[in-house]
Write a protein that binds this ligand. Structure first.
Ligand SMILES: Cc1cc2nc3c(=O)[nH]c(=O)nc-3n(C[C@H](O)[C@H](O)[C@H](O)COP(=O)(O)OP(=O)(O)OC[C@H]3O[C@@H](n4cnc5c(N)ncnc54)[C@H](O)[C@@H]3O)c2cc1C
Length: 467
């Protein structure tokens, strides 16, 4: 086949039916020449990966991701293209609190993932002691050196702005996004806009101000979800024409052939081979590593080194009662519950007449042992902590525990260089692409964006007109 010709009757296999794999598959299906087969192989019995929804007290409530960044245009575009435009909902409130030693304080306005830009707002939140505020002031009067290499977020901010702001603001915020530890997380990967400004600015506060000013003045709500659950996005993608999704089909091996690739699925005693012209690997890092071991060995060993954090989401339906205002709270310091979403206050569609819904997240990196407790124990643990955090009275009328073992990849120091090396190795293999939470962002929006990039790489293989 000549380089300029379309590949006819091409088969593209996407491994993994999470949001990344399904978005890549549908993007490819929309642009593929007639005769192209887009086959998604999913190991589990359901589609969606970390997007899952089931009923609590008779109401569909997300088990995993519950909101996507609405300011990444690809998110609302995708929802609208899928005919879900009328189902998009925005938070009724986004104000949130931080629980510090049992007292709720507002998350101060004007921070960049916790790095303050508005010192008056920080002071007004009463989150920090006078000594903690003085440490922030020193960053402006005695700025440090510009930061030219990737460093640990926690170590840098602790050194420049003091320990208190790390413990009370940065750790809870990043703990919310990555379930991670700031001491291990990469500045470059978790706060790229700040890292860019710090290359020529020694003050963290000034760099955060410059990063905010450089960001396009975006308007509109920050987050969005779908009535009936964000997981509907994945379920709707899986039903799109032009793609075939096979669940219960884990891929165990991937090898190159003269025309493209051979994937091995099925059980060890009864293997089944699937031939493909191009392959998108859209599975978590630890699952992608063995699949890439022979076709892209450098990428495979880099992926094997990506750490993960595990967590559980405990969803409670409780009798209507008064809670602190706002969408929820983050918890500073020790305690199993690290974040609480007051779902019925955050989302109007979950504000039903009968009950209110609360979602408690348990587990940070290194706390896998928490997930080994029974559902009953985890619900009891959440109820007890919610009693002191938000004054919850009485037990739930219904509850659900969703365990997410290895649910979030950790973007440790050096992550962006690691991802660059992975992309280099993968892009050297014609017809191969990777996407998903392990690479350029763990959020749903970043996974959607990454999936579109993977589709572009695959189109090149097929020489499609709009690739
Ligand atoms: C509890 C929790 C809450 C979150 N909340 C939010 C939120 O509110 N907003 C937000 O933006 N992000 C959130 N995230 C992050 C986000 O949901 C995920 O990072 C994202 O959905 C990951 O998508 P993915 O397609 O990369 O991977 P996954 O969703 O993990 O999908 C990968 C799929 O591949 C399948 N698979 C694995 N191995 C194989 C194999 N060998 N063969 C075939 N199939 C295989 C898996 O079964 C899975 O279905 C949350 C994550 C968790 C865990």
């Amino acid at each position: 086949m000549g380089d300029d010709a379309f590949m006819e009757n091409m088969r593209v296999v996407v491994v993994g039916a999470g949001i990344a794999g399904l978005t890549a598959a549908c993007d490819l299906a929309r642009t593929a020449p007639p005769g192209t087969e887009i086959l998604v192989l999913e190991g589990s019995r359901r589609v969606g990966g970390k997007l899952a929804v089931s009923e609590v007290a008779g109401v569909p409530v997300d088990e995993g991701a519950e909101a996507a960044l609405a300011r990444v245009p690809e998110v609302l575009d995708l929802m609208t293209e899928l005919g879900l435009g009328d189902e998009i909902v925005y938070p009724a409130t986004t104000s949130a609190s931080i629980a510090v030693a049992g007292t709720l304080r507002p998350v101060p306005a004007g921070t960049l993932l916790g790095v303050p830009t508005d010192l008056a707002a920080l002071r007004g939140s009463e989150l920090l002691s006078p000594a903690g505020l003085a440490a922030i002031d020193r960053d402006l009067t005695e700025p440090g050196e510009p930061v030219t290499q990737d460093v640990s977020v926690g170590a840098l901010i602790r050194q420049r702005l003091g320990t208190e702001i790390v413990d009370r603001l940065i750790e809870p915020l990043l703990g919310g996004v990555y379930a991670g530890r700031t001491e291990l997380l990469s500045l470059q990967a978790t706060m790229p806009a700040l890292a860019a400004q710090l290359r020529d600015n020694g003050s963290l506060v000034e760099a955060a101000r410059a990063a905010r000013a450089a960001a396009k003045a975006a308007d509109g709500p920050v987050f969005a979800t779908l009535r009936g659950g964000l997981a509907r996005l994945a379920l709707t993608l899986a039903e799109q024409p032009g793609i075939t999704v096979r669940t219960g089909t884990p891929v165990r091996e991937l090898a190159r052939t003269a025309r493209g690739f051979r994937l091995v699925t099925g059980s060890v005693p009864a293997p089944a081979a699937v031939e493909a012209d191009a392959v998108v690997i859209a599975v978590p890092a630890n699952k992608a590593a063995p699949l890439l071991a022979t076709v892209a060995p450098r990428a495979a060993s880099e992926l094997a080194a990506v750490a993960v954090a595990s967590m559980a989401v405990i969803t409670l339906a409780v009798p209507r009662q008064a809670f602190p205002p706002g969408s929820g709270l983050l918890v500073a310091g020790a305690g199993a519950v690290k974040a609480v979403t007051l779902s019925s206050q955050k989302w109007a569609h979950l504000d039903t007449a009968e009950h209110v819904f609360i979602r408690a997240s348990i587990g940070r990196r290194g706390e896998e042992h928490l997930l080994q407790r029974s559902d009953e124990e985890l619900v009891a643990l959440a109820v007890a902590q919610l009693a002191s955090l938000i004054g919850l009275s009485g037990g739930p009328v219904d509850s659900r525990v969703s365990r997410w073992g290895g649910g979030l990849p950790q973007y440790d120091v050096g992550h962006t260089d690691r991802v660059r090396r992975i992309y280099e190795d993968v892009s050297a293999v014609p017809g191969l692409a990777v996407c998903g939470a392990a690479y350029d962002g763990v959020g749903v929006a970043a996974c959607i964006r990454g999936a579109h990039h993977a589709a572009v790489a695959i189109r090149r293989k097929g020489q499609w007109t709009n690739g």
